[in-house]
Design a protein around this ligand. Structure first.
Ligand code: GLN
Length: 501
């Protein structure tokens, strides 16, 4: 069965379509892998064995009846627990939602089901997607399949670990400030944050609504593009959804791999996103990646984006501000946990007891920062300023895209660090997002593609990610460049035998 779990999504779809493997066999192989590996990885919060086998059976029946199958029919997927799934536990990594089963499906859930993609279960994450390591989950950390003592990135660390650890060939993540790209980078897989509005947010549990964006993970660029096409496209239920055709990401991925050339492509190297504070092993892989892009025929230009330096400060005002408002809905009345409802406590007491016990420390920190930043005396000084910086960052992108077709940087300044190493220091955690925040604030698409292993005396060989950013609605450019790059780079693969290094 090893062959089934190490196959790409595109290969699995081919096997199912041709009848060489049934969707049920494919699903079972992955469920068996989860049984064998998830005790070590803890990528899943909930495994839906019954639902997965039923969905797979439906695909096999459709094939037997001669009905047309979608491009990913019968391919298993791991779903981040921030996405609502009708009847299945959905916690957003928080104790406050323990036991909640949503009465409806998110738009992306509906689309995944309609495409015949087989959802295996829900993956672990930082509570309400706040974090970069998955250590902020109320349900314990997820472990990186490259080295079980290390973090798989975050906040979508359950999804990245599931894909890197061969529990699923595909996964959904969400990226508010980097939570798809950074976990992809540190687990050696591909992850794409679509253009803001390119994928519906309907049914994503909100963290920071002006930044949240769902997107795909895969072990190859093509797999990631195939999943992107399944979930993307206009949705009337989301007022920020873009009403325009989805960029041709699958065609771009195929063409990028087939052409083997980047002739005519101008690649902008962002001066501000490298240098001091970046790990040497990351910079070495990044420099080698730029040489590879050049060898492929790309024209390398250096670009300067002076306001990127303020992205971290702006993000950590805007995101907490929006979260302080979004998380007000967890009031002990509508969903999940209720503490102290004894007939004696007042309604207000029940609300505060519930929020005090239901939210973890990072979530509370953000609610407090956000409430403070939005308070009338400080609004202009903090939130208003941060919004101005956001505009300046968008202008930096616009100017840079005059000089280059895509921009590149490392995805993260660091490789996967040890569980517990940064957990006590919020700033040490926040700087993981240094490279990913600008694209989030400007709403432009960005992909992370593996670019080799960092070799260092201080850690075992660990994956490094190359970030490729493109203008709004030019997601296909990210995929095209990533696929060409991938076609000449060795594919990284975590060991099947999980080890604690
Ligand atoms: N690490 C960032 C944060 O903690 C980004 C999280 C995300 O993209 N969801 O806010």
């Amino acid at each position: 069965m090893t062959e089934l779990i190490t196959s790409t999504a595109a290969e699995l779809a081919g096997l199912v379509a041709s009848g060489e493997a049934s969707a049920v066999e494919v699903a079972q192989a992955h469920l068996d892998r989860i049984t064998a590996a998830d005790g070590d990885l803890h990528a899943f919060l909930h495994v839906d064995t019954e639902g997965a086998l039923a969905a797979a059976t439906a695909v096999d029946e459709a094939r037997a009846a001669g009905r047309p199958l979608g491009a990913l029919a019968g391919v298993p997927l791991a779903m981040k627990d921030v996405v609502v799934t009708k009847g299945l536990p959905t916690t957003s990594g928080s104790k406050i939602l323990q036991g909640w089963r949503p009465p409806y499906d998110a738009t992306i859930t509906t689309r995944i089901k309609a495409a015949g993609v087989v959802m295996l279960g829900k993956t672990n994450m930082d509570e309400f997607a706040m974090g970069s390591s998955t250590e902020n989950s109320s349900y314990g950390p997820t472990h990186n399949p490259w080295d079980l003592s290390r973090i798989p990135g975050g906040s979508s660390g359950g999804s990245s670990a599931a894909v890197a650890g061969f529990e699923a060939p595909l996964a959904i993540g969400t990226d508010t400030g980097g939570s798809i790209r950074q976990p992809a980078a540190v687990t050696g897989i591909v992850g794409h944050k679509p253009t803001y509005g390119g994928v519906s947010r309907y049914g994503l549990i909100a963290f920071s609504s002006s930044l949240d964006q769902a997107g795909p993970f895969g072990r190859t660029v093509l797999d990631t593009a195939l999943l992107h096409e399944v979930i993307a496209g206009h949705d009337q239920a989301d007022s920020t959804s873009i009403n325009a055709p989805t960029p041709p990401v699958v065609a771009a991925a195929r063409e990028g791999a087939a052409s083997g050339s980047l002739a005519g492509v101008r690649v902008g190297v962002v001066r501000e996103l490298a240098g001091d504070g970046y790990q040497p092993g990351v910079l070495a892989s990044y420099d080698a990646a730029i040489e590879t892009l050049q060898a492929l025929g790309a024209e390398i230009v250096e670009v300067s984006c002076p306001h990127f330096e303020y992205a971290l400060a702006a993000y950590y005002l805007i995101a907490p501000s929006e979260c302080s408002s979004n998380l007000a809905r967890f009031d002990a009345v509508r969903y999940g946990l209720r503490v102290g409802d004894d007939g004696v406590n007042s309604l207000e007491d029940v609300m505060s007891l519930t929020r005090e016990q239901g939210f973890g420390p990072e979530v509370k920190r953000r609610i407090m920062i956000g409430t403070y930043a939005l308070s009338s005396g400080y609004y202009e000084a903090y939130y208003g300023q941060a919004q101005k910086v956001r505009t300046l960052i968008a202008r930096d992108f616009a100017a840079a895209f005059e000089l280059a077709d895509v921009l590149v940087s490392p995805t993260s300044p660091f490789v996967a660090f040890g569980i517990g190493e940064r957990a006590a220091d919020p700033m040490a955690m926040y700087i993981n997002d240094l490279c990913t925040l600008p694209a989030s604030l400007a709403g432009v698409p960005a992909i992370s593609v593996p670019c080799g292993l960092s070799v260092s005396p201080s850690h075992p060989p660990l994956p490094v990610g190359l970030q490729i950013m493109a203008p709004t609605q030019a997601d296909d450019r990210c995929y095209r460049v990533a696929a060409t790059f991938e076609s000449v780079t060795e594919r990284l693969s975590a060991p099947l035998e999980l080890v604690k290094a």
